[in-house]
Design a protein around this ligand. Sequence first.
Ligand code: IPE
Ligand code: IPE
Ligand code: MG
Length: 263
Amino acid sequence: MHVAPDPHPSGARPPAIPAQFVPRHVAVVMDGNGRWANERGLPRNEGHKAGEKSLVDVVAGAIEMGIPYVSAYAFSTENWKRSMDEVSFIMRFTTEVLTRQLETLQAWGVRVLWAGRKPKLWNSVIKQLQYCEEQTKNNTVCTLVMCVNYGGRAEIADATARIAAEVAAGKLKPSSISEKTIEKYLYNPEVPDVDLFLRSSGELRTSNFLLWESAYAELVFLDVLWPDVDRRTLWDAVEVYARRDRRYGGAVDKISSHSSHQQ
Ligand code: IPE
Ligand code: IPE
Ligand code: MG
Protein backbone atom coordinates (compact mmCIF):
# COMPACT_ATOMS: atom_id res chain seq x y z
CA MET A 1 0.00 0.00 0.00
CA HIS A 2 1.16 3.50 -0.67
CA VAL A 3 0.40 6.88 0.92
CA ALA A 4 -0.32 10.18 -0.81
CA PRO A 5 2.32 12.91 -0.49
CA ASP A 6 1.51 15.66 2.01
CA PRO A 7 0.03 18.71 0.32
CA HIS A 8 2.39 21.61 -0.34
CA PRO A 9 2.80 23.72 2.85
CA SER A 10 1.23 26.70 1.04
CA GLY A 11 -1.96 24.68 0.67
CA ALA A 12 -1.70 24.94 -3.13
CA ARG A 13 -3.51 22.23 -5.04
CA PRO A 14 -2.75 21.04 -8.57
CA PRO A 15 -4.60 22.95 -11.31
CA ALA A 16 -7.65 21.18 -12.73
CA ILE A 17 -6.47 20.12 -16.17
CA PRO A 18 -8.40 17.62 -18.33
CA ALA A 19 -6.64 14.25 -18.32
CA GLN A 20 -5.74 14.41 -22.02
CA PHE A 21 -3.71 17.59 -21.40
CA VAL A 22 -1.70 16.15 -18.51
CA PRO A 23 1.75 15.08 -19.79
CA ARG A 24 2.66 11.41 -19.48
CA HIS A 25 6.35 12.09 -19.29
CA VAL A 26 8.00 15.22 -17.92
CA ALA A 27 11.76 15.63 -18.36
CA VAL A 28 13.33 18.02 -15.87
CA VAL A 29 16.72 19.71 -16.25
CA MET A 30 17.50 20.60 -12.64
CA ASP A 31 19.66 23.64 -13.41
CA GLY A 32 20.82 26.68 -11.45
CA ASN A 33 22.20 25.24 -8.21
CA GLY A 34 25.61 26.88 -8.55
CA ARG A 35 24.18 30.31 -9.31
CA TRP A 36 21.71 30.03 -6.44
CA ALA A 37 24.57 29.35 -4.02
CA ASN A 38 27.00 31.92 -5.43
CA GLU A 39 24.31 34.63 -5.29
CA ARG A 40 24.20 33.98 -1.56
CA GLY A 41 27.96 34.07 -1.14
CA LEU A 42 28.05 30.28 -0.75
CA PRO A 43 30.10 27.65 -2.59
CA ARG A 44 28.38 25.81 -5.47
CA ASN A 45 27.96 22.57 -3.52
CA GLU A 46 25.60 24.35 -1.12
CA GLY A 47 23.32 24.86 -4.12
CA HIS A 48 23.29 21.14 -4.87
CA LYS A 49 22.35 20.47 -1.23
CA ALA A 50 19.53 23.00 -1.43
CA GLY A 51 18.17 21.28 -4.56
CA GLU A 52 17.33 17.97 -2.90
CA LYS A 53 13.99 19.15 -1.54
CA SER A 54 13.05 20.59 -4.95
CA LEU A 55 13.28 17.18 -6.59
CA VAL A 56 11.26 15.48 -3.87
CA ASP A 57 8.60 18.19 -4.06
CA VAL A 58 8.40 17.98 -7.86
CA VAL A 59 7.84 14.23 -7.58
CA ALA A 60 5.08 14.91 -5.02
CA GLY A 61 3.54 17.39 -7.48
CA ALA A 62 3.74 14.87 -10.32
CA ILE A 63 1.91 12.29 -8.21
CA GLU A 64 -0.75 14.84 -7.24
CA MET A 65 -1.30 15.65 -10.93
CA GLY A 66 -1.25 12.05 -12.12
CA ILE A 67 1.93 12.39 -14.20
CA PRO A 68 3.22 8.82 -14.58
CA TYR A 69 6.86 9.44 -15.68
CA VAL A 70 9.39 12.02 -14.51
CA SER A 71 13.00 12.04 -15.74
CA ALA A 72 15.44 14.09 -13.65
CA TYR A 73 18.78 15.19 -15.09
CA ALA A 74 21.14 14.84 -12.13
CA PHE A 75 24.58 14.49 -13.77
CA SER A 76 25.46 14.68 -17.45
CA THR A 77 28.24 13.00 -19.41
CA GLU A 78 29.65 16.54 -19.76
CA ASN A 79 29.62 17.33 -16.03
CA TRP A 80 32.94 15.47 -15.54
CA LYS A 81 34.54 18.73 -16.76
CA ARG A 82 33.82 20.33 -13.39
CA SER A 83 36.35 20.57 -10.56
CA MET A 84 37.29 17.37 -8.79
CA ASP A 85 35.84 18.82 -5.63
CA GLU A 86 32.42 19.41 -7.24
CA VAL A 87 32.35 16.08 -9.11
CA SER A 88 33.20 14.07 -6.01
CA PHE A 89 30.68 16.07 -3.98
CA ILE A 90 27.92 15.29 -6.53
CA MET A 91 28.87 11.59 -6.57
CA ARG A 92 28.65 11.30 -2.77
CA PHE A 93 25.58 13.52 -2.61
CA THR A 94 23.68 11.50 -5.25
CA THR A 95 24.22 8.32 -3.24
CA GLU A 96 23.13 10.10 -0.05
CA VAL A 97 19.97 11.55 -1.62
CA LEU A 98 18.94 8.15 -2.97
CA THR A 99 19.56 6.58 0.44
CA ARG A 100 17.75 9.35 2.32
CA GLN A 101 14.73 9.53 0.01
CA LEU A 102 14.17 5.84 -0.72
CA GLU A 103 11.72 5.37 2.14
CA THR A 104 9.60 8.34 1.07
CA LEU A 105 9.61 7.29 -2.60
CA GLN A 106 8.71 3.76 -1.57
CA ALA A 107 5.83 5.01 0.61
CA TRP A 108 4.49 7.07 -2.31
CA GLY A 109 4.66 4.08 -4.67
CA VAL A 110 7.39 5.54 -6.86
CA ARG A 111 9.43 3.22 -9.07
CA VAL A 112 13.01 4.40 -9.52
CA LEU A 113 14.90 3.73 -12.75
CA TRP A 114 18.42 4.77 -13.72
CA ALA A 115 19.37 6.08 -17.15
CA GLY A 116 23.04 6.59 -17.88
CA ARG A 117 26.42 5.08 -18.62
CA LYS A 118 28.48 2.92 -16.28
CA PRO A 119 32.02 3.86 -17.35
CA LYS A 120 33.49 6.55 -15.04
CA LEU A 121 30.45 6.60 -12.76
CA TRP A 122 31.37 5.84 -9.15
CA ASN A 123 30.58 2.29 -8.09
CA SER A 124 28.87 3.51 -4.92
CA VAL A 125 26.41 5.49 -7.09
CA ILE A 126 25.76 2.57 -9.46
CA LYS A 127 25.16 0.24 -6.51
CA GLN A 128 22.69 2.62 -4.85
CA LEU A 129 20.84 3.28 -8.14
CA GLN A 130 20.54 -0.46 -8.74
CA TYR A 131 19.44 -1.02 -5.13
CA CYS A 132 16.68 1.60 -5.54
CA GLU A 133 15.60 0.01 -8.84
CA GLU A 134 15.38 -3.41 -7.21
CA GLN A 135 13.57 -2.17 -4.07
CA THR A 136 10.96 -0.16 -6.01
CA LYS A 137 10.45 -2.36 -9.05
CA ASN A 138 6.83 -3.24 -8.21
CA ASN A 139 5.70 0.35 -7.60
CA THR A 140 3.19 1.73 -10.07
CA VAL A 141 2.10 5.23 -8.94
CA CYS A 142 4.88 7.10 -10.75
CA THR A 143 8.24 6.26 -12.35
CA LEU A 144 11.19 8.49 -11.52
CA VAL A 145 14.04 8.07 -13.99
CA MET A 146 17.26 9.28 -12.37
CA CYS A 147 19.56 10.37 -15.19
CA VAL A 148 23.06 10.04 -13.80
CA ASN A 149 26.12 10.07 -16.08
CA TYR A 150 23.49 10.48 -18.79
CA GLY A 151 24.00 12.02 -22.23
CA GLY A 152 21.54 11.94 -25.12
CA ARG A 153 24.29 11.32 -27.65
CA ALA A 154 25.89 8.67 -25.42
CA GLU A 155 22.52 6.90 -25.19
CA ILE A 156 22.12 6.86 -28.99
CA ALA A 157 25.77 5.75 -29.45
CA ASP A 158 25.28 2.95 -26.88
CA ALA A 159 22.10 1.83 -28.64
CA THR A 160 23.94 1.87 -31.98
CA ALA A 161 26.78 -0.29 -30.60
CA ARG A 162 24.30 -2.87 -29.30
CA ILE A 163 22.43 -2.90 -32.60
CA ALA A 164 25.72 -3.36 -34.50
CA ALA A 165 26.57 -6.32 -32.24
CA GLU A 166 23.23 -7.94 -33.09
CA VAL A 167 23.90 -7.42 -36.79
CA ALA A 168 27.42 -8.89 -36.48
CA ALA A 169 25.94 -11.91 -34.68
CA GLY A 170 23.52 -12.41 -37.55
CA LYS A 171 20.47 -11.71 -35.34
CA LEU A 172 19.38 -8.52 -37.07
CA LYS A 173 19.30 -7.44 -40.72
CA PRO A 174 20.52 -3.87 -41.42
CA SER A 175 17.56 -3.39 -43.77
CA SER A 176 15.12 -4.11 -40.92
CA ILE A 177 16.46 -1.35 -38.64
CA SER A 178 13.78 1.27 -38.06
CA GLU A 179 13.04 3.98 -35.50
CA LYS A 180 11.25 1.29 -33.47
CA THR A 181 14.46 -0.78 -33.42
CA ILE A 182 16.47 2.13 -32.05
CA GLU A 183 13.82 2.77 -29.38
CA LYS A 184 14.16 -0.83 -28.23
CA TYR A 185 17.85 -0.32 -27.51
CA LEU A 186 17.56 2.91 -25.50
CA TYR A 187 18.34 2.71 -21.77
CA ASN A 188 14.70 2.31 -20.68
CA PRO A 189 12.62 1.34 -23.72
CA GLU A 190 9.39 1.13 -21.73
CA VAL A 191 9.51 4.82 -20.84
CA PRO A 192 7.40 6.81 -23.33
CA ASP A 193 8.57 9.85 -25.30
CA VAL A 194 8.87 13.13 -23.43
CA ASP A 195 5.75 15.34 -23.59
CA LEU A 196 6.98 18.24 -21.48
CA PHE A 197 10.65 19.22 -21.35
CA LEU A 198 11.18 21.59 -18.45
CA ARG A 199 14.37 23.45 -17.65
CA SER A 200 14.92 25.75 -14.69
CA SER A 201 17.41 28.64 -14.42
CA GLY A 202 16.53 30.43 -17.66
CA GLU A 203 19.09 28.67 -19.88
CA LEU A 204 17.61 28.08 -23.32
CA ARG A 205 19.22 24.80 -24.35
CA THR A 206 18.74 21.09 -23.92
CA SER A 207 22.35 20.31 -22.86
CA ASN A 208 22.18 16.83 -24.39
CA PHE A 209 19.16 15.62 -22.35
CA LEU A 210 16.88 12.92 -23.82
CA LEU A 211 17.60 13.90 -27.43
CA TRP A 212 15.80 10.99 -29.06
CA GLU A 213 12.87 10.95 -26.64
CA SER A 214 12.24 14.70 -26.84
CA ALA A 215 11.94 14.92 -30.63
CA TYR A 216 8.36 16.24 -30.25
CA ALA A 217 8.43 17.44 -26.65
CA GLU A 218 7.00 20.82 -25.73
CA LEU A 219 9.86 22.91 -24.33
CA VAL A 220 9.22 25.10 -21.31
CA PHE A 221 12.02 27.21 -19.83
CA LEU A 222 11.41 28.87 -16.49
CA ASP A 223 13.43 31.64 -14.95
CA VAL A 224 13.75 30.13 -11.49
CA LEU A 225 16.86 28.52 -10.04
CA TRP A 226 16.52 24.85 -9.15
CA PRO A 227 16.71 25.24 -5.34
CA ASP A 228 13.74 27.66 -5.58
CA VAL A 229 11.66 25.18 -7.61
CA ASP A 230 8.82 23.29 -5.98
CA ARG A 231 5.74 21.43 -7.20
CA ARG A 232 4.02 24.72 -8.07
CA THR A 233 6.74 25.37 -10.66
CA LEU A 234 5.91 22.02 -12.26
CA TRP A 235 2.21 22.85 -12.23
CA ASP A 236 2.85 26.24 -13.86
CA ALA A 237 4.80 24.45 -16.60
CA VAL A 238 1.98 21.92 -17.08
CA GLU A 239 -0.51 24.78 -17.50
CA VAL A 240 1.70 26.26 -20.23
CA TYR A 241 2.00 22.80 -21.78
CA ALA A 242 -1.76 22.25 -21.73
CA ARG A 243 -2.32 25.42 -23.82
CA ARG A 244 0.13 24.36 -26.53
CA ASP A 245 -1.17 23.08 -29.85
CA ARG A 246 0.69 19.83 -30.52
CA ARG A 247 0.60 19.18 -34.25
CA TYR A 248 3.36 16.59 -34.81
CA GLY A 249 3.79 17.87 -38.34
CA GLY A 250 0.10 17.63 -39.19
CA ALA A 251 -2.11 20.58 -40.13
CA VAL A 252 -5.80 21.44 -40.30
CA ASP A 253 -7.56 24.54 -41.62
CA LYS A 254 -8.86 26.84 -38.88
CA ILE A 255 -9.99 29.78 -40.99
CA SER A 256 -11.08 32.70 -38.84
CA SER A 257 -14.67 33.76 -39.53
CA HIS A 258 -13.61 37.37 -38.78
CA SER A 259 -10.79 37.42 -41.30
CA SER A 260 -10.72 40.62 -43.38
CA HIS A 261 -9.22 38.68 -46.25
CA GLN A 262 -12.35 36.60 -46.85
CA GLN A 263 -13.96 36.82 -50.29
C1 IPE B 1 22.56 21.86 -11.97
O1 IPE B 1 22.99 23.06 -11.44
C2 IPE B 1 23.10 20.66 -11.24
C3 IPE B 1 24.09 19.87 -12.00
C4 IPE B 1 24.49 20.10 -13.22
C5 IPE B 1 24.67 18.74 -11.31
P1 IPE B 1 24.38 23.68 -11.88
O2 IPE B 1 25.44 23.10 -11.01
O3 IPE B 1 24.59 23.50 -13.33
O4 IPE B 1 24.17 25.20 -11.51
P2 IPE B 1 24.52 26.45 -12.42
O5 IPE B 1 23.89 26.21 -13.76
O6 IPE B 1 26.01 26.51 -12.52
O7 IPE B 1 23.94 27.61 -11.70
C1 IPE C 1 22.62 20.23 -17.48
O1 IPE C 1 23.03 21.37 -16.83
C2 IPE C 1 22.95 19.02 -16.66
C3 IPE C 1 22.20 18.85 -15.43
C4 IPE C 1 21.28 19.65 -14.96
C5 IPE C 1 22.54 17.67 -14.68
P1 IPE C 1 24.47 22.01 -17.06
O2 IPE C 1 24.55 23.18 -16.15
O3 IPE C 1 25.54 20.99 -16.90
O4 IPE C 1 24.42 22.45 -18.59
P2 IPE C 1 25.13 23.64 -19.34
O5 IPE C 1 26.59 23.59 -19.00
O6 IPE C 1 24.50 24.90 -18.86
O7 IPE C 1 24.85 23.37 -20.77
MG1 MG D 1 24.06 24.58 -14.92
